[in-house]
Design a protein around this ligand. Structure first.
Ligand code: ATP
Length: 349
């Protein structure tokens, strides 16, 4: 059974289309991420699912039930907001119990759930603290517990890690993922951070300008981007506009890239991941080997990133920084850049 289904959903604000013709199916127990740049409509879709706003067109289903016009409190949906939206004048316990009290659950049940969810997010001992006395990470946990305590059918997380520092963000990423798997709760996570999306999700929907461009597993989207936007947005890539010459795509200038397969005339870009670029001090005279010059070298611990200029074109190449991998490349060296044909992606737009 599908947990959430959107069918041709549209929403405009003052004539500006925030999301256009969105159709998506989210499976039960899935960790599903909406990924895209700022303003592409991710939060709007989350708010439509939560019921805070209504679509202009289309339908929204929760477990096969049409909830398009159902009030938010009747939807069995929990939401964690970017700024957590905790009540500052209430204690940790009061915040977590808030939804249960609104639902008029018996006091005994509220106490039991409080204990369960405070323990689940590791906030034992903080029950009577004021929200203002908590760190960002602690507030994050309270917000999560408050949403989980009502035992929603779907948990909506709107950029919940964006206010945390890098180290805490890494930790919360793991905590949220493991909690989600333990509870088996269907979760929709909104982010503009590709690393978050790739590391946490079962599946990702990539959005741009109010449209859903591609859905798939992180592996699939990374390996098979449908267009140049997805190729650039998910992971790093070398993206070259293509000019056709005798069935071979020709990157600007005289850099003729040879392929071992036919290419359609409408092909517009080729994409090569930096880790698929092979650097060598000697030419092995294979096709797709080009002489260039090292313009920049950056070490980021695990990886070394090289910027190579070939006939005016910048190539980015990365190599694992291991002892066995040392190429002894220094800045301004002459260098040969090559790649295997099967590592190229040919894109139509
Ligand atoms: P971010 O990552 O910056 O939060 P987003 O992808 O979540 O962005 P949305 O918040 O869904 O994007 O906004 C999509 C578009 O709709 C934007 O152009 C935004 O300005 C517009 N928009 C969203 N909510 C409203 C509103 N209540 N009134 C008017 N315009 C809105």
């Amino acid at each position: 059974m599908k947990a959430v289904v959107l069918k041709n959903v549209e929403k405009s604000f003052n004539g500006t289309m925030a999301c256009a013709d969105i159709s998506l199916s989210i499976n039960r127990g899935e960790f599903f991420t909406f990924l895209g740049p700022s303003g592409c409509g991710k939060t709007t879709i989350l708010r439509l699912i939560a019921g805070f706003i209504r679509p202009d067109k289309g339908k929204i289903f929760l477990k096969d039930k049409d909830i398009t016009h159902l009030a938010p409190e009747k939807r069995k949906v929990g939401m964690v907001f970017q700024n957590y939206a905790l009540f500052p004048f209430m204690s940790v316990s009061e915040n977590i119990a808030y939804g249960l009290k609104i639902q008029k659950r018996p006091e005994k049940e509220i106490q039991e759930k409080l204990e369960t969810y405070i323990a689940m997010v590791g906030m034992d001992g903080f029950e009577d603290r004021n929200i203002a006395e908590l760190s960002g990470g602690e507030q994050q946990r309270v917000a999560l517990a408050r949403s989980l305590a009502i035992e929603p059918a779907v948990l909506l997380l709107d950029e919940p890690l964006s206010n945390l520092d890098a180290r805490l963000r890494d930790r919360m990423r793991l905590e949220i993922k493991s909690l989600q798997k333990r509870l088996g709760i269907t979760t929709i996570f909104v982010t503009h951070d590709q690393t978050e999306a790739l590391t946490m999700s079962d599946r990702i929907a990539v959005f741009n300008k109010g449209r859903c461009i591609q859905t798939g597993t992180p592996e699939d989207i990374y390996a098979n981007p449908v267009n140049s936007f997805v190729a650039k947005f998910i992971g790093d890539t070398n993206l070259f506009a293509v000019d056709m010459k005798n069935g071979n795509p020709c990157v600007c200038n005289d850099l003729l890239v040879r392929l071992n397969r036919p290419v359609l005339a409408q092909s517009k870009f080729i994409s090569i991941r930096p880790q698929d670029i092979i650097l060598s001090k000697k030419s092995d005279k294979k096709s797709n080997t080009f002489k260039g010059r090292v313009e920049d070298i950056q070490l980021n611990g695990t990886w070394i990133e090289y910027c190579i200029k070939v006939k005016g074109i910048d190539f980015k190449a990365t190599a694992l920084n291991t002892t066995a991998n040392k190429l002894n490349i220094t800045i301004f060296d002459d260098i040969y850049v090559s790649f295997e044909t099967n590592s190229l992606k040919i894109l139509d737009n």
